[in-house]
Design a protein around this ligand. Structure first.
Ligand code: NAI
Length: 247
């Protein structure tokens, strides 16, 4: 299926995990993809895999929380690729800890990457989207933004705020034919969750009605749907992909 033929997608955090799966899924559906990652090596590896699929790809090493760098990179992307049709704000981090012991640094790092990063990228491409009078923006949030989690007040706050951001921008951009939606993954097996203890993973598994952890591919399928023509009448929504963890 070539649902994304002639589309140009920008995916942050495309070097590994969920972002990597989304970038490859989009390319397989016919899109050209700009791969953004913190490290050049990861971004270039993902871009190489996309080129091997016969699509155009670009790699950019970028800290999404760096306002000056985001603006400069967005300008370069628009020069190189000419347009942007789909933006996936996926880059995200955790710096877990109980509130009483949480440092200012850990709070700021998580809010700056997970929330401000999405704002900076969306703002940087807003003019291009509006000029085209078409576009898809997909923000990767989390079920933790819906339910909260002890030890993750910074992460939960960033993801809950990302949902408010999604709905507000959806309202601002709707009249221009641009949809803005969020994905809320549950527990997905990636490097991010790989660091958790077996004990914690066993406890989390018990809360998942479908009885298994999700894969990055599960989120990529949902992202492809939101980016595809089939989702043209969906905006301001949160699509939860979590094996039934939150109902
Ligand atoms: P990961 O740690 O495997 O990959 C994160 C990617 O984001 C990496 O490529 C990294 O380079 C990039 N990144 C991090 N900070 C960045 C920055 N400042 N600038 C540019 N790139 C940056 O994580 P994973 O699991 O693939 O997560 C992707 C997204 O999905 C995150 O937003 C995460 O919060 C969200 N998520 C993940 C879940 C899971 O269970 N793995 C569950 C719910 C949401």
């Amino acid at each position: 299926m070539n649902e994304l033929a002639n589309q140009m997608a920008v995916v942050t955090g495309a070097g590994r995990g969920i972002g990597h799966a989304i970038a490859l899924k989009f390319a397989a559906a016919g899109a050209d993809v700009v791969c953004i990652s913190r490290t050049a090596a990861n971004a270039e590896k993902a871009a190489g895999e996309i080129t091997a699929l016969g699509r155009r790809a670009w790699a950019h090493a970028l800290d999404v929380a760096d306002a000056v760098a985001v603006a400069a990179t967005a300008t370069r992307i628009l020069e190189e690729a000419g347009r942007v049709d789909i933006l996936v704000n996926n880059a995200g981090i955790t710096r877990d800890g109980l509130l009483m012991r949480m440092s200012d640094e850990d709070w700021d790092a998580v809010l700056n990457t997970n929330l401000k990063g999405a704002f900076l990228l969306t703002r940087a491409f807003a003019r291009a989207f509006i000029k085209q009078r078409a576009g898809r923006i997909i923000n990767v949030a989390s079920v933790i933004g819906l339910m909260g989690n002890a030890g993750q007040c910074n992460y939960a706050a960033s993801k809950a705020a990302l949902l408010g951001f999604t709905k507000s921008v959806a309202r601002e951009f709707a009249s221009r034919g641009i949809t803005v939606n969020a994905l809320a993954p549950g527990f997905i097996e990636t490097d991010m969750t790989g660091a958790l203890s077996e004990e914690l993973k066993t406890a989390i598994l018990k809360q998942i009605p479908l009885g298994t952890f999700g894969q990055a591919e599960d989120i990529a399928h949902a992202a492809l749907f939101l980016a595809s023509p089939a989702a043209r009448y969906i905006t301001g929504q949160v699509l939860v992909v979590d094996g039934g963890m939150v109902m």
